[in-house]
Ligand binder design. Sequence first.
Ligand code: S3P
Length: 173
Amino acid sequence: MNIVLIGYMASGKTSIGKKLANKLGYNFIDLDDLIEENENLSVTDVFKSKGEIYFRKQEHVYLNKVLNSKDNVVLSVGGGTPCYSNNMNVIVNDDNVKSIYLKASITTLTEKLMRKKAKRPLIAHIETEDAMAEFIGKHLFERVQFYNQAEIQVSIDGKTKDDIVEDIILQLF
Ligand code: S3P
């Protein structure tokens, strides 16, 4: 089985994915890292030099590559991955995949992203907390229809990473 973690930027897909993989004895792969390694560029520089459309194509290619060639992997994908190129259908129609949506409130995401926006080209320019909350609210409204297709949903608000991992394991098995 492969496990795919989806959710908005800063919902903890990478850190929780690593812990979950560790607990299950699975390998961990982060789709952004995989693209960065293969492009030899940071996500920000891929966006800058090759554009977002190119990045979205790479997400699609590497998502399929991982799911078609690996097993017993926890894969964390980018916040936008489920929302482009039929990727959510690829994820939910793969019988070997359990998909998990790490769900966070706009308040939680705003607070986290004000601290962690620098490496995220879609939001790095947003200066105030109010503007960030407004952006996230609209963006999430467009994206939630994709995230909600995940088989399992786990809320992260106010929980420790260990609690979130426990919640996921309870729902998985
Ligand atoms: C994006 C999320 C990022 C990264 C890129 C675009 C998005 O990943 O793939 O900056 O469209 O939401 P994280 O969700 O890991 O921040």
